[in-house]
Design a protein around this ligand. Structure first.
Ligand code: SF4
Length: 243
């Protein structure tokens, strides 16, 4: 990614801290992480999350199953389900919480202002949005954007697990407390989950946690930390052995 493009993306994020310390050898070289504590915890710190065994559905069957789902009360208020979007051969999977009003209307995760910020964040980290896959813990919008209830997560997460099994991502970026805590099955505050490499499932897919863009819109002072998280995620990704 060119320096100019990265600066433009960072400006769009509202982050003005990027200072390139040395010339990168080519445009494909990932950005370097700043010297922060978040870039030091490269070893996985979470045990692999157990994933319920279930028959694996293919993408089309799974999408149809989700579109028709009435397994929890959230189906009553939805305009439509929000399955997920992006490349089905993506190496990066971004997981958020649940659809909001705009997502419910358009059937796509992370649209609207928070979605635009996420797109800018990914772009600044050299990850054009079409090259990642984006999904949520819940496929239907909770009323008034309330937190998901545990039983809703239990009903819906097999769909996400099926998506992960089909996608086989090399790394997962969990955005926001709800996504991180449900994915990692922990009550640990997001501030303590950041800056560490966690693991998901029997394949121990690396998981990195960052703030939700909706939170960043409310707390723009935290954008710098989110940027550090993205750089840390890049570091973890670059450290993975070749497939
Ligand atoms: S939130 Fe998930 S489990 Fe609940 S109705 Fe929607 S698709 Fe089904």
């Amino acid at each position: 990614m060119s320096s100019l493009r990265q600066k433009a993306c960072l400006a769009a994020m509202g982050v003005d801290i990027w200072v390139r310390r040395a010339r990168e050898p080519d445009s494909m070289t990932p950005p370097r992480a700043p010297r922060t504590s978040v870039a030091r915890e490269q070893e996985p710190v979470s045990a692999a999350t157990p994933v319920p065994t279930q028959p694996l559905l293919d993408w089309e069957t799974l999408a149809t199953r989700v579109a028709d789902c009435r397994a929890c009360e959230l189906h009553e208020g939805r305009t439509q389900t929000v399955f997920g979007t992006g490349s089905r051969s993506a190496e990066w999977l971004v997981i958020g919480e649940a659809p909001g009003a705009e997502e419910d209307k358009r059937g796509e995760p992370f649209v609207g202002r928070a979605g635009q910020l996420l797109t800018s964040m990914l772009g600044a980290a050299g990850l054009p949005r079409p090259q990642v896959y984006i999904a949520n813990i819940l496929k239907c919008r909770p009323p008034s954007n309330r937190d998901p209830k545990p039983e809703e997560v239990t009903s819906c997460e097999p769909y996400l697990f099926n998506q992960i099994a089909l996608l086989k991502p090399r790394i997962i970026l969990a955005v926001g407390r709800i996504a991180a805590q449900n994915l990692l099955k922990t009550q640990t505050p997001i501030g303590k989950l950041r800056g560490q490499r966690h693991a998901f499932g029997p394949e121990e897919i690396p998981v990195v946690v960052t703030y939700h863009p909706a939170y960043l819109l409310r707390s723009p002072g935290e954008k710098r930390r989110a940027w550090e998280d993205l750089l840390f995620a890049r570091q973890v990704y670059e450290s993975l052995p070749a497939r």
